[in-house]
Design a binder for this molecule. Structure first.
Ligand code: G6P
Length: 489
């Protein structure tokens, strides 16, 4: 990993995110420190290890110590002093009320659905959500102010913390502050719907640099700033993607997040994982395998993909008993009713399709509802002839990139929703519109019938993209732009 901030600009990198990078689990009096899954942590963890950084994140009182395998923890006998995390982590204690209304409420039943164009899933009417969002953001901002100085590089993450940049700026005019949004920024007509939209925009404008995955999201943000804030207060300069506001310059840019490609290539090249993958493949006595790996979220297009699978078998019955699809769905935000409903619908649909189509010992859809380790996910990606990545909307989608990284032998075809950020880069995928079920069914058919030459050529070019633009490139390019923004302010 190259240094992310030049030597002439010392100072710690301070990550501020809702999610914690590690959990501490106890098993009797044994303590396990587990790194959280997900792109952000795997991207920034190696950087913080190298740079003596700080990570500010929530502390959910109910999760502080998780007992593993139901073996009661023997906390009195644990020497907490000896527990060493790889860098400083500063938790921000949140009350249960805040978790309910800031995290489950405002962040996940307003911002998340609205920014993904799911207006009907938004609940704008719980008056406790907004005050909790403000209070929680203020707590994060106060922690930043207390733990940092003007030499530090503060990097706020995602939609949970959109007010933090301004709340820090109010107390520390000269701090270096940046923000990255990991979800889409919606088009003006949709963003406009959000009550308090001006407060959210001003919150974000506390930053020196605001990053999005792809240029379109940045354009929509500039549209919103230009159209929704008073023109005497703010000037948008499109050519250089800059905003002039309160005597400061705010730079906007696009930085598509990626994966640790080398790490995945190393893992999938490991003979013991390959052996396990082969054994797994032998469990499925079919000619072809398809896979999808998602958090069980209504944005992921899981139902649409299942409908497309049914249509595929109806239209191309020769694949009955020859093709099986594996849907891995991991539990997420299970306290939000929309997620509970989605789980029910997905499970009913899987049951309906399997009930209709299963023969002898063949089942068309193999469905798993639980968390898988990275190695286990990789095994499924390794054995899949086709990956169906079908979100109805997704800021990026890293599984699409992981699939390419895992296909070192150039086998496999990626079918990808054009409504993901990943579609902006992974141009060699077979693109589908996830609202067009027949197109998805036909694309799956096309994927299984590509000539080996075309398939390999596509995969090679996809792999080149994920090899070149990996997670280290993401961090480096963001930090370069951050350094530039500070130099020019
Ligand atoms: C998305 C968000 C992340 C979030 C992740 C998992 O990728 O952009 O900020 O951490 O989903 O969701 P959760 O609610 O479990 O943190």
């Amino acid at each position: 990993v190259t240094p992310v901030v030049s030597a002439t600009h010392p100072g710690r990198l301070v990550i501020v995110s809702n999610r914690e990078p590690y959990t501490i689990q106890t098993h009797g009096n044994e303590v396990r420190i587990e790194r959280m899954p997900g792109g952000l942590v795997s991207a920034l963890d190696p950087v913080l290890r190298l740079r003596d950084g700080l990570w500010i994140c929530w502390e959910d009182a109910s999760k502080k110590v998780v007992e593993v395998d139901d073996v009661a923890s023997d906390e009195d006998n644990i020497d907490w002093e000896k527990i060493q995390l790889p860098y400083d982590i500063q938790p921000v204690p949140l009350t249960q009320e805040e978790i309910n209304h800031y995290y489950y409420g405002y962040a996940n039943t307003r911002l998340w659905p609205l920014f993904h164009y799911f207006i009907s899933q938004c609940n704008f009417f719980d008056e406790r959500d907004w005050p909790s969002y403000v209070t929680a953001n203020q707590k994060f901002a106060d922690t930043v102010v207390n733990c940092t100085d003007a030499e530090d590089w503060i990097w706020v993450q995602d939609y949970h913390l959109l007010l933090v940049p301004e709340l820090v700026r109010k107390q520390r005019q000269n701090h270096r502050i940046s923000l990255f949004l990991h979800i889409p920024f919606p088009a003006l007509e949709v963003f406009k719907i959000l009550p308090k939209r001006d407060v959210i925009l001003r919150g974000m404008l506390g930053s020196d640099l605001i990053g999005f995955h792809i240029p379109d999201y940045g354009t929509y943000f500039l549209d919103a700033v230009e159209r929704l804030l008073p023109s005497e207060e703010v000037k948008v300069e499109r050519e250089h993607q800059r905003i002039y506001y309160q005597g400061r310059v705010i730079q906007v840019g696009s930085f598509p997040i990626s994966i640790d490609t080398k790490k995945i290539e190393t893992l999938v090249s490991n003979p013991s994982l390959q052996k396990r993958a082969q054994k797994l493949r032998d469990n499925y006595p079919v000619k072809y395998i398809g896979v999808s790996v998602d958090r069980l979220d209504y944005t992921k297009g899981i139902l649409e993909n299942l409908e497309a699978l049914q249509l595929f078998f109806e239209k191309y019955p020769e694949y009955i008993q020859k093709f099986a699809f594996i849907q891995i769905a991991s539990p997420t935000r299970t306290a939000v009713p929309a997620y509970q409903r989605m789980r029910e619908e997905v499970e009913q649909t899987v049951g309906r399709i399997n009930g209709l189509l299963s023969r002898d010992n063949w089942v068309p859809i193999h469905y798993f509802y639980r968390r898988f380790s990275l190695e286990d996910v990789l095994m499924y990606l390794m054995i899949a002839d086709v990956a169906m990545i079908t979100p109805l909307r997704d800021g990026m989608n890293l599984v699409a990139k992981e699939y390419c990284a895992a296909k070192v032998d150039l086998s496999g075809v990626l079918v990808l929703s054009e409504l993901t950020g990943a579609a902006y880069e992974l141009k060699e995928a077979l693109m589908i519109n996830p609202f067009y079920i027949e197109e998805m069914a036909d694309s799956l058919h096309q994927a299984l019938n590509l000539s080996p030459g075309v398939r390999q050529q596509k995969m090679q070019s996809l792999r080149q993209t994920v090899g070149q633009y990996d997670i280290h490139h993401w961090v480096q390019s963001f930090m370069d732009a951050f350094t530039d923004a500070i130099n020019h302010r």
